[in-house]
Each structure stands twice: as C-alpha cells, then as structure tokens.
Design a protein around this ligand. Structure first.
Ligand SMILES: [Zn+2]
Ligand SMILES: [Zn+2]
Length: 309
C-alpha cells in the first residue's frame, strides 16, 4: 500500500510499504492535518518511532473486518499506571500511540476504535481527535461565564464553539483577521489581544508569550487552562504577583480520554461544532509535503488527506 513516511526533519516521502499488521485494519478515508503534524514534520516528536516512521493521528475510515465506519484514536492508555487507576487516562504514563493515518490503511487495537455517528462524513469525523482534547480542556476549566481564549487556530475555535454552546460569553484573541472573522462566525467576540480580564482563560497556541498573555488576561481568582504545549526545553516567565495575591489557578490540559472522543463525535454530528468552518482543501498523499510546508498565516483550516486519491 502507499503511505507517507518521515525520514527525518522536513523529509517526507510517499512510497509503497508493506501492509500494516495489527488487531484491526482500517481503510483510511480521511486523515486531517494539524499543528502537531507540522511540528513532527519539522522537528520530530517524542511519540514518533525511529525514522523512517509513519505519522498522521486524526484518522477516520472503515474497518475491513466488519465494514463499520470508525474514528481511529491516536492512543490507548495502559490501564494500570497510577493516573489510569485514578481515572485520568489522558496522562497515562505508558500509552500506546497509534500513528500512521497518512496511509491507505492503518492497524489499530480494538480499544482505539470509536464508531462514527450516521451521517457524519469521514473528513469531519477525523476532527474528533483534536476536538476530544478541546472537550477535555473545557472540563479542566470552571463554570465561569466570561471566557477568554488566546489563539484562534483550530483548537481555539473548537474551544470557542463548545463554550458558546454552553451559553458562555467568549472572546477569542488572535492577530490574524481571518481567524478573528471565523471566531465571530461562531458567535464569539474577537480581539487582537485579550484586553480585559476574564474569569476563565484558555491558552491554545503553545508558545511562552501566549502562556504569559493568558495569565495576564485572568481576573482575580480566575482559572487559566494551558492547552497548547510549548516545545520541550522552553522556559516561561510569569508574573508571580497575580498568581499569589489574586490566587490564579494555572491548570495544564493534555490530550483526552476515550469518553471525550465519543463526546467529540456527538458534538460534530449534532452541529454543536460547525466543522465546515475548519474544513480545508482535500488533498492526496502526494500533496502532503507541500501542505505541511505551507505557512499557516491565514484562516484556521485543516487539510483533509484522502489516501484514495
Ligand atoms: Zn492533531
Ligand atoms: Zn496508564
């Protein structure tokens, strides 16, 4: 079959590879790209295997054995480490990563597979993977009604859609006017930067300055949820004053648990998250290197790789 393999930083090759082996084989219909893929392509990533390695982690397709349409989650928790036993599968110490969506077929263990609701197209279902992380991040927040979001990329906009569906007032801050326009289309307010102080703030960029902006936008007693991962080795400087005198709560949010994936699929199927807003062009495997190299300065869009093309 054909697959896109990473041979090293910025060295992606589409080639014939042996058929995947594993518990269940899924024929890939759509694999969406995200910022993490760009990071993996450019710098490598701790969850990638040794080069050459398969990647692509937002994958939807059809089980070859039963014909059922499924979302292939990108990880399965071990079930036995301390976080797993405490019900926090998303921070499992020994997860199995399931990468390789940028291929005609992918092998996955049964627990990674989630049925796709009827009527939800594969290219929308693939977005359930990042959306599940947004679902989890909202749970990490508080009940506050005045919410600020730093970053209007796909993650920031997914957070906005989920929070607006809960009748909250949401302001999305992003320097790109196209992304601010997308936020407004969702029903959010938009700004260059969060000028006011909010009772709940989400950071959805993954850069030290965005972490600082998020903390600086917090009202006394607010909760700040840090969703974007900074590159390893990064140092973040924060003003200790508000953290102490205003009892700000900084909470990390990472990844998702299996139940979050099912909630994400339901949110996509019911229209709570208007996935059309984030749907970018559909491309072939051969187009992928060019897509990953394209600077993402405009609207927040996810490319849809259809390996059957
Ligand atoms: Zn992703
Ligand atoms: Zn575990």
């Amino acid at each position: 079959m054909r697959a896109a393999l990473l041979y090293g930083p910025e060295d992606l090759r589409v080639q014939q590879v042996p058929e995947p082996e594993g518990e269940v084989i899924v024929e890939v219909q759509a694999a969406t790209t995200c910022g993490t893929d760009t990071k993996m392509w450019r710098h490598g990533h701790r969850v990638l295997g040794p080069y050459p390695c398969a990647f692509g982690h937002e994958t939807a397709g059809v089980r070859i054995d039963t014909g059922q349409r499924v979302l292939v989650s990108d990880s399965v928790a071990c079930g036995s480490c301390a976080p797993c036993r405490a019900g926090r599968a998303q921070i499992c110490r020994d997860p199995t990563w399931i990468l390789g969506g940028f291929a005609e077929r992918i092998a996955a263990p049964e627990p990674a597979l989630h049925p796709i609701p009827d009527g939800l197209p594969a290219h929308a279902a693939a977005m359930a993977e990042p959306l599940a992380a947004a679902v989890h991040a909202v749970d990490r927040g508080s009940e506050a009604t005045d919410v600020g979001i730093v970053g209007g990329g796909p993650m920031g906009l997914m957070l906005a859609a989920l929070l607006i569906a809960q009748q909250r007032t949401v302001t999305v801050a992003d320097p790109h006017s196209e992304r601010r326009a997308q936020a407004v289309q969702l029903g959010a307010r938009s700004a260059d930067r969060l000028g006011r102080r909010h009772d709940l703030v989400f950071e959805a960029v993954g850069r030290p300055e965005a972490w600082r902006d998020a903390a600086a936008a917090a009202a006394p007693g607010a909760v700040v949820v840090l969703v974007g991962g900074c590159p390893s080795g990064t140092e973040v400087t924060l003003d200790p004053g508000p953290l102490h005198y205003e009892e700000l709560e900084l909470r990390g949010s990472f990844h998702h648990a299996p139940a979050d994936v099912d909630r994400a699929l339901t949110s996509l199927a019911s229209g709570v998250v208007p996935w059309e807003l984030l749907q970018g062009p559909t491309i072939s495997l051969n187009d992928l290197p060019h897509a990953l190299a394209t600077p993402n300065g405009g609207p927040a869009l996810k490319w849809v790789v259809d390996p059957r093309r």
